[in-house]
Design a protein around this ligand. Structure first.
Ligand code: 5GP
Ligand code: ZN
Length: 133
């Protein structure tokens, strides 16, 4: 398996490990794009939210919450951004499910939300497609 995150889990590629339990791991993202950028991943290789079983997802989200609370309760942050890209269309570049955790401070002035270019379709039109009957 040539998956880079599976190699990180096995220790074949070094990482700055923040947290690990039986099912999940959290480590620093190497992007150096924003302070404190972490990735939370399941140890089980699943590609993204679309193929992830609920048990694995529950473990991953429990870890995301644990680290988020830890950032605010113990590391002097005020909040977190939780980001995920599932699928190439969404910008996923590593095909092992990962949740980005970015710890935030009230004063950090980071724009943690993508700047969208504006909706092209009528809200009602998209709603008709998306709503679950
Ligand atoms: P995506 O674009 O799939 O949402 O995010 C993939 C993330 O993985 C990127 O933020 C990228 O910086 C990070 N990444 C890619 N390769 C490595 C690596 O070898 N080690 C670490 N720690 N992060 C990586
Ligand atoms: Zn993997």
């Amino acid at each position: 398996m040539s998956c880079i995150f599976c190699k990180i889990i096995k220790g074949e590629i070094p990482s700055y490990k923040v947290y690990e339990d039986e099912y999940t791991m959290v480590f620093m993202d190497i992007a150096k794009d924003v302070d404190g950028h972490m990735l939370a991943i399941p140890k089980k290789h699943v590609i993204n939210i679309l193929d992830c079983d609920l048990e694995t997802l529950n473990h991953l989200m429990a870890t995301v919450k644990k680290i988020s609370n830890y950032c605010v309760d113990d590391c002097e942050y005020d909040g977190v951004n939780i980001l995920n890209a599932s699928g190439e269309s969404a910008g996923q570049s590593v095909n092992h499910f990962h949740i980005h955790i970015i710890p935030r401070k009230d004063s950090d002035n980071i724009d943690g939300w993508p700047e969208f270019s504006g909706a092209e379709q009528e809200l009602e039109e998209v709603y008709e497609k998306l709503k679950i009957e």
